[in-house]
Design a protein around this ligand. Structure first.
Ligand code: ASP
Length: 338
């Protein structure tokens, strides 16, 4: 004879399942900031960045550099400048700054040569440009933008990319231009300790469109010809107005294998996760479980922003008007994990 559960027991089970799945869907992590209007978020690399191995002078230099870049980028967004211009300008300032591992001050291959990678992506059109293995281009992010705007391609490498740069009127520079750490013993020690310092930017413009860009010298002592995650769209950089703009920094091999920047977007768009939950899961549950160290910055069309990392520190900053009544324009700069 068939036995049925009493009606109240079935109702209890249904209720338990419903509340468990409701609980599962609740965002577990809050965004770091919620901005109204235009907003900019930057990073200057993640890694073993701790108070113990940072001199007060170096800390002051990094802070003022990040502040200067945030102010310039935010002012440009407020004026309504083209978002991709702002991405290239912000990355250009960081590429010119020898504190960071991009452009001047980039780390070198095991042969002592700087080989630079960069990419940019527009969240509204999904247009993108990427370059890798550059030895003679002062501003790789600007060249990535040229590839996006003025070629039939998305990704150019090495000599071909540099020939295209010349066609576009860019100058080639001597590889020694990038090697500040050879000239300054103090910087060499610092670079050796930190090894990372990739730069990146994500932003939301006045119209609510997103954009992202990342630029790097890669990993110290890498094999020549090695390309990391930075120019690989979907790994180190991605932007989609329907999801978020993401720029990553960290051990590139892991970021490529996990398609980190796209994975965050996919979790948001197909898995209903919030930006903060998606970023947290990818960094701490996916990458960390595989010893992939690093971090990412992200912003979505609603102005939610994250600056997260599973490493001891990450140079980072954000600027925008905070949501709420205060209308305060908030500028944040951080270095360490605590
Ligand atoms: N992700 C960069 C690379 O692997 C390095 C870094 O961000 O520190 O080339």
């Amino acid at each position: 004879m068939k036995r049925h559960l009493p009606w109240w027991a079935s109702a209890l089970i249904v209720l338990a399942i419903a509340s468990y799945s409701w609980y599962q869907r609740q965002p577990a992590h809050a965004p770091d900031f919620e901005f109204d209007g235009p907003a900019i978020v930057i990073h200057g690399g993640a890694g073993v960045i701790t108070r113990e191995n940072m001199s007060p002078e170096m800390e002051a230099l990094v802070r003022s550099s990040l502040e200067r870049v945030l102010d310039s980028g935010y002012a440009a967004l407020e004026r309504g400048e083209d978002r991709m211009d702002v991405v290239v300008r912000v990355l250009g300032m960081l590429e010119s700054d020898s504190l960071f591992n991009a452009g001047i001050g980039a780390v070198v291959t095991s042969e002592g040569i700087a080989e630079l990678d960069a990419s940019v992506m527009d969240g509204e059109t999904k247009h993108a440009g990427a370059v890798a293995g550059l030895r003679h281009i002062l501003h790789p992010a600007a060249l990535a933008r040229e590839v996006m705007m003025h070629s039939d391609h998305v990704f150019l490498i090495g000599n071909g990319a540099e020939a295209f740069a010349v066609e576009r009127g860019m100058n080639l520079v001597d590889n020694d231009t990038f090697l500040t750490h050879r000239r300054h013993a103090q910087y060499a020690r610092w670079a050796e300790q930190h090894k990372r310092g990739t730069v990146g930017v994500v932003l939301r413009d006045r119209e609510g469109h997103l954009a992202a860009g990342t630029s790097t010298g890669g990993m110290m002592g890498k094999q020549w010809g090695r390309v990391g995650d930075v120019p690989v769209l979907g790994a180190g950089t991605y932007a989609d107005d329907q999801g978020s703009a993401i720029s990553c920094t960290g051990h590139g091999e892991y970021f490529i294998r996990e398609a980190v920047a796209y994975q965050v977007n996919a979790r948001m768009q197909f898995g209903d996760q919030t930006l903060a939950d998606a970023a947290h899961d990818v960094l701490f549950n996916v990458l960390n479980a595989n010893a992939g160290q690093g971090g990412l910055i992200g912003i979505n069309a609603q102005g939610q922003a994250v600056l997260q990392f599973n490493s001891p520190g990450m140079y980072r900053g954000a600027k925008g008007q905070l949501k709420g009544n205060s209308k305060e324009i908030h500028r944040f700069v951080g270095i360490y994990g605590d």
